[in-house]
Ligand binder design. Structure first.
Ligand SMILES: Nc1ncnc2c1ncn2[C@@H]1O[C@H](COP(=O)(O)OP(=O)(O)OP(=O)(O)O)[C@@H](O)[C@H]1O
Ligand SMILES: [Mg+2]
Length: 272
């Protein structure tokens, strides 16, 4: 990807309006999670409801202890709610066994973590195929798909590199390519730019913009206002409840993109 493309602030035209309601990537109703400890019961989520239509781009925010990680664990099928419902495709995760949760997790959720979570002994193209490996699917078609995903995130020239031979931003691109390999219900990103400088943050958020413009659903947890304002919507949690669910106007999103773009241009100018 060229620098110009990586830092592009343009958006593509919105898809044509349609009368049929969009399909849902997930739907959450009255979701509760309690952790029962010896001395007390912690009510980490106290009845959260919202829908995520396919193609949405949601930032989840909230103070420490508000329940973000707990919600993320449910969305990632890593843990089950105490009550309520959370739909993944046609399945409500509260009805699933641990094996069924693991199956959905490996087949239909794309994870991107703050610390990339790549396997150091594997090359770029091998890391991208890791979710398929767990399903016993590693043929020629899968290799081609992994290469296409690497190309998609601008890493076509780095297929045989190991993570230690890549920059932080490149490693996060590998993680994004890996998250796409399974055609996920959504990409679940936990502080994806938390370890990156502002130039690289801009690159990664540019890739998320492109993926979302192509119709990918993104759910991202962040503490940063300027990262959240790149999304289409901010869901704020407070004390285990939904505090606010706010749509970000296209103008505000464009302003956030332009401000970060300008910031990067100035930074690069100072460095040159
Ligand atoms: N495994 C657990 N056992 C008991 N209590 C837990 C557990 N996990 C989380 N909690 C409690 O649930 C509440 C919500 O925690 P959670 O980790 O979801 O918050 P968070 O919004 O992710 O915070 P942070 O921004 O600090 O990461 C907190 O009071 C926390 O102490
Ligand atoms: Mg957390």
């Amino acid at each position: 990807m060229s620098t110009k493309e990586a830092y592009s602030t343009e958006t593509r035209p919105a898809p044509p309006a349609s009368d049929t309601p969009p399909r849902l990537a997930t739907s959450i109703r009255n979701l509760k999670k309690e952790y029962v400890l010896k001395s007390e019961t912690v009510r980490a989520l106290r009845g959260v409801s919202f829908d995520v239509p396919e193609g949405d781009y949601v930032a989840i925010m909230g103070p420490s202890g508000s329940g973000k990680s707990t919600l993320l664990n449910m969305l990632g099928c890593l843990d089950q709610p105490t009550s309520g419902s959370l739909l993944m495709g046609d399945d409500d995760i509260i009805t699933l066994t641990d094996d069924q949760l693991a199956d959905i997790r490996s087949k239909r959720i794309g994870f991107v973590f703050q610390s990339y979570n790549l396997i150091q002994q594997l090359s770029v193209v091998e890391n991208i195929q890791v979710p398929l490996y767990y399903q016993g699917r590693l043929g020629a078609a899968e290799l081609e798909r992994a290469k296409a995903m690497a190309e998609r995130v601008g890493l076509a020239e780095r297929l045989d590199h190991r993570p230690s031979q890549l920059s932080g931003g490149q490693q996060q691109r590998v993680a994004i390519a890996r998250s796409l390999i399974n055609d996920p219900f959504f990409i679940l990103a936990d502080e994806p730019t938390g370890n990156l400088d502002s130039v690289t943050t801009e690159e990664i958020l540019g890739i998320f913009d492109e993926l979302n413009n192509e119709g990918r659903t993104i759910i991202l947890v962040t503490h940063e206002d300027d990262v959240a304002e790149r999304a289409k919507r901010i869901i704020r949690l407070k004390d285990g409840m939904l505090d606010r669910d706010e749509l970000i106007s296209e103008e505000k999103r464009a302003a956030a993109r332009a401000a970060q773009h300008e910031n990067v241009v100035q930074l690069l100018a100072r460095q040159s």
